[in-house]
Write a protein that binds this ligand. Structure first.
Ligand code: DX5
Ligand code: ZN
Length: 213
């Protein structure tokens, strides 16, 4: 699997050092929270600009915001490669959001919280580049992995395969070596990991362990 460490769990007073420590990652996951879609505020463009300037690792922005379409252009200017937004936030504009992200040259992903049936993603198979299946409720780092996620990923993976596509599935929340192998078996392509990477003694080894799970 590919690994996308979430800098939500990084040390903001030493962010440059923490970004260096994850240079072996496949992506860097940027959790943008607006205090409205989720009851928490994380960081915005000043931080994304700063990260973008010091790394060549592709940036994977996860928008936990209302009106996600307002921010796509700015993210593309920051050199972000992958953008996911929540189906619960975009509603009927979901198709339009995907087109907009594509027109800006980025990969488009649709995120869902654990209480949204994965079947609601089916009509975007073949349109979205990836799906982000939350394994905790969006809003905070360091939560416990919800095991029902494994069945949800398997259900989504089998529908993607049935339709003859290879859409990527990213899983986010509470990921560690204790659930990574099960995630891979269920059909996950990319794991997001905040606490389990940044709170470990060696982020590089933690990334390797998840990748090889
Ligand atoms: C939750 C975020 C996650 C989170 C992952 O709202 O989307 O990306 O930061 O952090 P851990 O791995 O600590 O659950
Ligand atoms: Zn995230």
């Amino acid at each position: 699997m590919k690994v996308s460490p979430s800098i939500l769990a990084a040390d903001y007073l030493n962010l440059g050092k923490d970004i260096k420590a994850i240079e072996s990652a496949d992506y860097i996951h940027l959790d943008v929270m607006d205090g409205s879609f989720v009851p928490n505020i994380s960081f915005g463009f000043p931080v994304i600009d700063a990260v973008s300037a010091v790394t060549r690792v592709p940036l994977d922005a996860h928008l936990m915001v209302v009106h996600p379409e307002r921010w796509f252009e700015r993210l593309s200017k920051d050199g972000v490669d992958m953008v996911s937004f929540h189906l619960e936030a975009a509603g009927r504009s979901t198709g339009k959001c995907i087109d907009l992200i594509h027109s800006l040259g980025m990969k488009a992903g649709i995120a869902i919280n654990p209480d949204v049936p994965v079947s609601r993603l089916f009509k975007y198979i073949g349109k979205a580049d990836f799906f982000l299946v939350m394994s905790v409720f969006a809003g905070f780092g360091g939560q416990k992995f919800i095991y029902e996620t494994l069945d949800r990923v398997a259900e989504l993976r089998s529908e993607i395969a049935r339709r003859g596509f290879e859409t990527l599935i990213e899983v986010d929340g509470g990921v560690s070596t204790s659930n990574a192998a099960a995630l891979r078996e269920s059909g996950t392509d990319i794991v997001v990991a905040g606490s389990s990477v940044f709170k470990s003694d060696s982020p590089a080894e933690a990334i390797d362990a998840l990748r090889q799970a």
